[in-house]
Design a protein around this ligand. Structure first.
Ligand SMILES: [Zn+2]
Length: 139
């Protein structure tokens, strides 16, 4: 059996369909199962990775994402967001002496943030359109 990579528009459509009528999907694995089912209805050879589905969901604003993370021992660094790959910016605070101090980093696109110690994402929850009350914004 050969596999094919669906174009972004097709994958976005499958994600939309998978989330339709659902308040939330409790893990990235579960979302991938649901999306894969929709993809196979379009073309049985279509396949997509968990990471691609997560990134496209964020990029195309198809779902609200909640990130559960654990704190690692290593220090956080600026650079790319581990969740969506976008740029991160420094979270800074003014000191009483007029300078600034870096408290951590946050993503410019998704809710990921990290303090001085690196936060490693361990689980994702996805909220579809039907989640009326809405999770509280993290920004
Ligand atoms: Zn991000």
């Amino acid at each position: 059996m050969s596999y094919r990579i669906p174009p972004a528009e097709v994958l976005a459509e499958a994600i939309k369909e998978a989330l339709k009528g659902r308040a939330m999907v409790v893990s990235q694995r579960r979302l991938t199962e649901l999306v894969t089912k929709k993809l196979k209805e379009i073309d049985p050879s279509y396949t997509a990775t968990e990471e691609r589905i997560r990134k496209l969901s964020i990029d195309s604003r198809l779902a609200k994402i909640e990130i559960h993370a654990r704190e690692a021992d290593e220090r956080s660094r600026a650079g790319r967001c581990p969740v969506c790959g976008s740029k991160m910016r420094r979270i800074q605070n003014q000191t009483i002496f007029g300078g600034t101090v870096t408290l951590g980093h946050k993503c410019t696109k998704c809710p990921y943030w990290t303090g001085l110690r690196k936060r490693i994402p361990v689980r994702y929850v996805f909220y579809g359109d039907d989640y009326k009350s809405g999770p509280s914004e993290t920004e």
